[in-house]
Each structure stands twice: as structure tokens, then as C-alpha cells.
Design a protein around this ligand. Structure first.
Ligand SMILES: *Cc1c(COP(=O)(O)O)cnc(C)c1O
Length: 402
């Protein structure tokens, strides 16, 4: 198979056309090649300006090339990047303290952090924590159909999308699935072989599907009653995206463990497993690790992100800008409804309107959005998006929908 996806001069200069693509083709042909970004704007190699209403899939929450994050990374790079986990470094230590303090102030209680490099790795760590907590014979994990937890084998098995498993069978065993939002369906899966339940507060990749009101708190009660861990996957919903620091706060629950990534580093690759202290204590030296756990360079970005999100009151921005964007998009003819929280929104298109076609037409007009499913457009701009950028994006969407 050949992809003739970059036929422009710039593409030819990068030698990416047809038989010259340097990447293993797991992602499909890239639509645009970008050179630089600033805030909500991205600029292609051809110099065309785009409004980024996807933010690198809910990653660049403080905007592209955010000066605070950039200078923190640059200063750290000039000071110390990495020392291995035989030693500590001051930056990772402070970042772990900040994450723990955030979790405590958000109602999750006192805990500890394991840093890693991605959402999938955070979930892999959560699987091992759950298995060691449960012990042999009580090692199973229940997750929801339609969920997304990552692409590594364990995280993939955790992902309740059988179609994604198929060509990689056999999957690691020990995972069971329930219907998302249905407490009875979950309760029916919990038996004495189950160590943990893992859920997203809003299914992001599954189509921006929020848990029904009351669901997570009912799940919390059920897990407590059955002695099963409740692990919340906040990889997409965390770090202010939904209008709170973490998605679980909307239900006022205290999870036993939380997985984090995406918005945590504003583009610096970093993830984390946070767990309450008594649960974290089941893992002992040698049980888990990563060469890159808590590098000074990646955790410098985390510290800058937390500082900056606090300074600008990012949860409030997500709520206010999200309300403006959701209302304006819902008013577009051809949009059936808008769901989600804060600035993690899904615009369900009217029957017969193809989301992929809309995303492509928007891109041609200089707006980046994502067809998260065949009928839904995901909107997740940086939380620092301005009112005029929202209005400009809505204008483009109104033009290309219907
Ligand atoms: C993106 C995502 C992951 C996987 O994160 P990676 O960094 O791509 O490995 C896991 N869980 C959720 C909820 C996600 O949205």
C-alpha cells in the first residue's frame, strides 16, 4: 500500500510522499505537517494558520509553546535532565509533592505517585498495583465497554473495545467488562476474583460520553462494600480539562488510585499513577519501575503546568470557555446536541451528517477538530482559548456542517 499524502513542495522537501514515509504506518496518512505553534494557533510547513481545537488530543491545555512551560523545560535542560532511580532529583520530588497535594485538596486523600511516560504506562502500573493488592486468584479488573485505556497489551486488554483486541489475540487474561453507566451491569461482574474497577469519568476516545450523574458515587459505594479498588482513569479528563482539576471531583468521590497523563505535561511526555498511601504500600522495591520514571526534565514541565494552571485558575477557564463553546455549537443547524464537561466536548451531529467529512472540511478551513466517532466531533481546545478564537471556530463549524 502506498500513501500519496504529501504531494506539496514542502512535502516533497521532507521526502514524505508515496514510498518515502519514514514512519511505520500505524497512524494513517498525516493530513498536515506542522512546523510551529503559539497558544491556540498552529502553522503548517506551507505557512497556513490553523486554530487547534483538539490540542494534541487534550494534551496542550496551556497552549502551544507556552512560555512558562517552555522556560521551565529549557532551564531544567540546562541544569539536570536525568539521574536514574538509584537517586532522587529535586524537581521530581517537588512534582510528586505537588501532585499528592493536589489529590489531597481534591478530596482523594493522602497518597504517593509513580511517574511514567504515558497514559498506557500509568494504566499498566495500575494493573500491577491492583493485582498485587488483590493477590493470586483475586487478580481480575472490571472495565467498561467503550472505554479506552491505551495501546500496550495490558492497557489494551483493559480497553473495552473487542474490535481493537482481535488481531492481537491472545490478550492478557484477567479483564471483564460491564456496560458504562449501568450500576447493575458492573455489580454483576464483581465476584471474589475481582481486585479493581477502572473507569473514565468521561469516556474520551469512546465518543466523549460522560458517566450519568450519580454513577461514579454509586460505583464508589459498591467498590467499598465489596472490598474492590476503584481506580479512575483521568488521563484525558485530568488537569482541569472538565472544569475541575480532576473528573472525579464532579461526583465528590475519593478514588483509591488515579491514572494521569495528557494535560499533565503540556506536551512533555509524562504520565503518573497516584494511589492512596495504604494501597500504594502493597508495591515494594523491585515490583515496578521505568528508566524514565520521574526524570527531572519531564517533571519540570509538570511543576510548570500545575503552577500555571493554578495562577490562571484553569478549572474556571474550562467551565467558562466550555459553556460559551458548547452553547454556540449546539445552536448550529446540523448539530443534534453537545455533551461533555468544561472543554472536553462532543458535538453529536444530526443523523446523516458524517463527522469525518466535517472534520476534513473544517481542516481545509483552518480549524482542527477530531471525528471521535462516525457521528460526533470532539472539541478540546487549549483551556487558554479566547472568546474570539471560539467565535472564529464556531463560524467555521457553522459553515462546514450541513
Ligand atoms: C489517551 C488515553 C490513554 C492512553 O494514553 P497514552 O499516553 O496514549 O498511552 C489512556 N486512557 C485514557 C482515558 C486516554 O484518553
Amino acid at each position: 500500500m502506498t500513501h500519496d499524502f504529501l504531494s506539496s513542495d514542502a512535502g516533497a522537501a521532507l521526502n514524505m510522499g508515496a514510498d518515502h514515509c519514514p514512519f511505520i504506518p500505524v497512524f494513517g496518512p498525516p493530513a498536515v505537517t506542522f512546523e510551529r505553534g503559539s497558544g491556540v494557533e498552529l502553522f503548517s510547513v506551507e505557512g497556513k494558520r490553523y486554530l487547534d481545537f483538539l490540542a494534541g488530543i487534550a494534551v496542550v491545555s496551556l497552549g502551544h509553546a507556552n512560555p512558562v512551560v517552555t522556560s521551565a523545560i529549557a532551564e531544567q535542560a540546562a541544569t539536570l535532565t536525568h539521574v536514574s532511580n538509584f537517586f532522587a532529583n529535586t524537581t521530581a520530588t517537588r512534582a510528586a509533592q505537588r501532585v499528592n497535594a493536589l489529590m489531597e485538596s481534591c478530596g482523594a486523600g493522602a497518597g504517593q505517585v509513580f511517574f511514567c511516560n504515558s497514559g498506557a504506562e500509568a494504566n499498566e502500573a495500575a494493573i500491577k498495583l491492583a493485582r498485587k493488592f488483590g493477590g493470586r486468584g483475586r487478580h481480575r479488573i472490571v472495565t467498561a465497554l467503550g472505554s479506552f485505556h491505551g495501546r500496550t497489551l495490558g492497557a489494551l486488554a483493559m480497553t473495552g473495545q473487542p474490535a481493537k483486541h482481535e488481531v492481537f489475540q491472545p490478550m492478557p487474561e484477567g479483564f471483564k467488562y460491564c456496560e458504562f453507566g449501568n450500576l447493575d451491569s458492573l455489580a454483576a461482574q464483581i465476584d471474589d476474583t475481582v481486585a479493581a474497577v477502572v473507569l473514565e469519568p468521561i469516556q474520551g476516545e469512546g465518543g466523549v460520553v460522560p458517566a450519568p450523574e450519580g454513577y461514579l458515587s454509586a460505583v464508589r459505594h459498591l467498590c467499598t462494600a465489596r472490598g474492590v479498588l476503584l481506580i479512575v482513569d483521568e488521563v484525558q479528563t485530568g488537569f482541569c480539562r472538565t472544569g475541575r482539576w480532576f473528573g472525579f471531583e464532579h461526583e465528590g468521590i475519593a478514588p483509591d488510585a488515579v491514572t494521569l497523563a495528557k494535560g499533565m505535561g503540556n506536551g512533555m511526555p509524562i504520565g503518573a499513577l497516584w494511589a492512596r498511601r495504604d494501597i500504594a504500600a502493597v508495591l515494594r522495591p523491585g515490583d515496578h519501575g521505568s528508566t524514565y520514571s520521574g526524570t527531572a526534565i519531564a517533571t519540570a514541565a509538570v511543576l510548570a503546568v500545575i503552577d500555571e494552571m493554578e495562577r490562571i485558575d484553569a478549572p474556571r477557564l474550562a467551565r467558562e470557555k466550555g459553556a460559551r463553546l458548547a452553547a454556540a455549537v449546539a445552536a448550529i443547524a446540523g448539530v443534534d446536541h453537545v455533551r461533555g464537561l468544561g472543554l472536553l466536548l462532543g458535538a453529536r451531529l444530526a443523523d446523516g451528517v458524517d463527522a469525518r467529512g466535517v472534520a476534513q472540511a473544517a481542516l481545509d478551513e483552518g480549524l482542527i477538530v477530531n471525528a471521535v466517532t462516525a457521528d460526533t466531533i470532539r472539541l478540546a481546545p487549549p483551556l487558554v482559548v479566547s472568546d474570539s478564537e471560539i467565535d472564529e471556530a464556531v463560524g467555521i463549524l457553522a459553515k462546514v456542517i450541513g
